[in-house]
Design a protein around this ligand. Structure first.
Ligand code: SF4
Length: 238
């Protein structure tokens, strides 16, 4: 009688350098199956139970829906705003209003280049003012909470509720990924949330001032971002 030692299957090819370790990958697959379609609060509970204080929430402060959800689970969540230097003064005022309302642990990250170096619309501006500062923030953390929604853009239509971001080497969590614009509006009303001051004059999706315009009633909210340029993303999410 002899024993048979089963050999592990040979890997099918080289493991990409940006892949998560296999245990994390398997855990994320299971969590994703469980949390897909779950209430945003459940996704946030999983995130904070799994990663503790090792979580960063980024907000553009076009609204405060994700902030309002997250502080219900962890009032001390670390919130980061990427200040490109080109935001509307109304966005900065709204950010401070929300900070005070919730007593946020808010970090305003300013890029390390002057305004006239690679100004808005020139190559490298989004990279220098958004992507690189975010990479630096995320380098010291394990989970990244975002307000990405599938309805935002065609490019985001397949976004998952949570996924490994190989480039940034963090677990990216999108608690409201399945929400429609109507869900956002209903939540704002239900929770009586403060609105961005520019909502009142037609601005819906709000980023840097030079590349954001108001939209007409019924127009796609993202039509107001980078109008006429063909650009839909700044590089943070895709
Ligand atoms: S939209 Fe992009 S290119 Fe324009 S200021 Fe903001 S970061 Fe720079």
């Amino acid at each position: 009688m002899h024993s048979v030692v089963e050999r592990a299957a040979e890997p099918k090819g080289p493991v990409p350098a940006d892949a998560p370790d296999p245990a994390l990958s398997s855990e994320l697959d299971q969590a994703r199956r469980r949390l897909e379609g779950a209430p945003a609060i459940d996704v946030l509970h999983w995130t904070f139970e799994r990663f503790g204080r090792d979580v960063v929430l980024t907000s553009s402060f076009q609204d405060c829906v994700l902030v309002d959800l997250a502080v219900q689970v962890d009032p001390g969540v670390r919130v980061v705003f990427l200040d490109t230097g080109y935001h509307f003064p109304e966005t900065l005022a709204y950010m401070r209003h929300v900070e005070q309302r919730y007593g946020l642990d808010l970090e305003v990250v300013v890029p390390d280049i002057p305004l006239d170096d690679r100004p808005c619309g020139t190559p490298g501006c989004c990279d220098a003012r958004k992507v690189a500062p975010l990479d630096a923030v995320l380098a010291g953390t394990r989970a990244w909470l975002t307000g990405v929604k599938r309805v935002d853009t065609p490019e985001r239509s397949a976004a998952a509720v949570l996924a490994w971001d190989g480039k940034k080497r963090v677990v990216k969590v999108n608690p409201i990924v399945s929400w429609a614009e109507d869900d956002v509006e209903a939540y704002v009303v239900e929770r009586d949330l403060p609105r961005h001051p520019l909502n009142a004059v037609g601005y819906v999706s709000i980023g840097c001032a030079p590349t954001t315009r108001p939209v007409a009633a019924g127009e796609d909210p993202r039509a107001g971002r980078w109008p006429g340029s063909g650009k839909t993303e700044c590089g943070l999410h895709l």
